[in-house]
Design a protein around this ligand. Sequence first.
Ligand code: ADP
Ligand code: MG
Length: 413
Amino acid sequence: MNIQQIKQRFEIIGNSPQLNGAIETALQIAPTNLSVLISGESGTGKEVFSQIIHQNSTRKHNQYISINCGAIPDGTIDSELFGHEKGAFTGAVDSRKGYFEVVNGGTIFLDEVGELPLSTQVRLLRVLENGEYIRVGTSKTQKTDVRIIAATNVDLHSTIEQGKFREDLYYRLNTVPIIIPPLRERKNDIYLLFKKFSNDSCEKYGMPKLNFHENAIELLVKYQWPGNIRQLKNIAEQISVIEKERYITYDIIKSYLPKSYDTRFPALIPKNSEESNYASEREILFKLLFDMKKDMNELKKIVHSIFQDNEQNIHMTHEQAHVLNNFIDEHQEHQEHQEPIHNPQYQRSQHEKIDIEDTHEIIEESLSLAQKEEEFIKKALAKHNGKRKPAAEELGISERTLYRKIKEYNIQE
Ligand SMILES: Nc1ncnc2c1ncn2[C@@H]1O[C@H](COP(=O)(O)OP(=O)(O)O)[C@@H](O)[C@H]1O
Ligand SMILES: [Mg+2]
């Protein structure tokens, strides 16, 4: 298959030389057994490259599994990947095959590989070096023939410096590096992608297609797209479905872009891709806000689940309930401030400077949110005698997140 055929088959849009180069490398190394490390910011489209490689390899008729290393709790990841013997740990009532056994002869895609715990990294290194692994709870060495394709959206060099990622594993994984450039470095693809996503959406929902004013296209191209193609797809779909005006102007596009992003300061964004991904202040701010929003959503889930819990397992005084109610109201207001996307009218009437005071307020609120969150976690843990699994379930968060939060807040168990 050539590059054009790959693009058609995998529905890849774009013609930038970097994108074509990445596809070419993927095709070249696909028939080999070399490990591949795909690097690129979040939303740049890493996943499809792993599929291209597998589908063009001699393993294509065997299994392909995609594993998000960040989504599996530390406590079970070894067993998921390498299997375990009956009785290996409390709750291991049966033996179980791990992915490396099941996928023998195929390909495993390890997404967010930087999230793997160090102990798992040791096991992975062994597989990469000689195809050997052991099930949890045994000492018997087993063999497997699995090709590993890994992906990361963080700079693993700094993860290595922080002692969180093994350097030897990094070099093993990175036998073939594939780098997916951020969208702002393939500007010629922006409008193509936007039109494609917009047309698809219009077709899907039976809406008339959009037309674009020249200025609107200029803004799309000028904007830095910190969330890359994922963000662009999201906004293209929103505009296609929500916007009544089908002739899209500069102002309409602007009203759907996050408020804190202003295209007037392009100098803050490094032009050179060799500069750190995080060199830009705005990117740091974006990450900060994004993380906060995630935390808030988590907290919202906690609060929601408490209110839904009719049996009132966690008792609240009237006063506490009142405080919580107020908090939820305020929080919802804040969400509107933070997410003008859902309310374009609101955004359009706002002036467009980065509002530092606003950010300050959000940070302060987030601090008090953190205290509340810590309280809920302690309560849930106490209620379940320190057992994390039921506590996490009750809180509506993953066990892994709970584990992280326990460490973060230094909660003594
Ligand atoms: N070149 C492209 N053409 C069309 N869609 C793309 C392209 N690159 C990425 N996408 C889409 O953008 C979204 C994000 O891609 P994904 O692979 O999940 O990003 P990440 O790099 O974070 O893993 C997906 O919906 C994907 O299909
Ligand atoms: Mg991904």
